[in-house]
Design a protein around this ligand. Sequence first.
Ligand code: ADP
Ligand code: MG
Length: 346
Amino acid sequence: MFENEERTNIETLGEFGLIDHLTKLIEIKQKSTIKGVGDDAAVLDFGGKKTLVSTDILLEGIHFDLAYTPLKHLGYKAVQVNLSDIYAMNGTATQVTVAIGLSSKFPLEAVEELYEGIYLACDKYNVDLVGGDTSSSKQGLVISVTALGYAEEKDIVYRNGAEEGDLIAVSGDLGGAYTGLQLLEREKLVYLENPNIQPDLEGKDYIIERQLKPEARKDIIQLFKDSGVKPTSMIDVSDGLASEVLHLCSQSNKGCNLYEEKIPIDPMTYETARQFNLDPTVCALSGGEDYELLFTIKQTDYEKLKNLLDISFIGYITEPSAGRNLVTKTGTVHELKAQGWNAFKQ
Ligand code: ADP
Ligand code: MG
């Protein structure tokens, strides 16, 4: 779970000592951060721009399993999933706050590793840690991160802006985080049955990282800026492609045609899904946690993005009465559903 062998009881520091220990090396990066950790509230100044705020909570046993999640990765991921929400508004992420609940099984060294991951993500994505809260917890670890950012009003992309004829696109590839999770869960079971067997995850780095160490797509937001494209609607893929496409359609009051053959799936995801007797398409549609960006653009913007390797065009928006459809590789049309793919499981 954590690598440092030492175990310093947190009680030797006390709550304020712990906060100080975790935050004393912070160097402010953003000019919008006027006051960070140390007062009753952080003070931020976005200079007339719109403020974006998003919060997520991660609970041990519900969202993560410390049997195979290194705390450093967990800290990193907790920040990433929140930054992803700010980018999904086409915004710039600038600050995070981190609230933690710690049960007595966590020594100082464990919390330090968690914060190493948090700071790594903050440094890489150029955001300041400006506050948080620290509490004891009766059971397990709780981490809640709030991300803040800004955008010019004219640049903000909502979920409800998709228009008939717009193209549906997604960054990166999908289903990797879910198949990575299947691998980790399997190795956990093997280990529980026989602790002498070493985990067999060789060659599976990519999908394991997709699960344990996702990267929010800040680079895609930059790409939009560079190519002069403003998506008409956008959402990040946290719950699986199907669920997110349905969100865009319902909030925009539109239908869609999504093409199975266009859904980007990495070969390792494909192969691993097959090994688990899972349909790779189902992993992409219902798996979740890929933290890619799903968005729609006007057809006239297609030329500007069509040659970008990391963006796939997977369908288009239709009038609402046409329904929300998935066109399979064999040409059959299914109603797009957020779960329950038994109908076309092979
Ligand atoms: P309060 O009693 O006003 O909630 P705290 O004593 O909890 O204040 O926090 C003191 C300062 O330390 C505040 O600036 C708070 O945002 C920050 N802080 C508390 N816990 C954490 C944490 N786990 N990570 C980062 N900053 C924290
Ligand atoms: Mg507090």
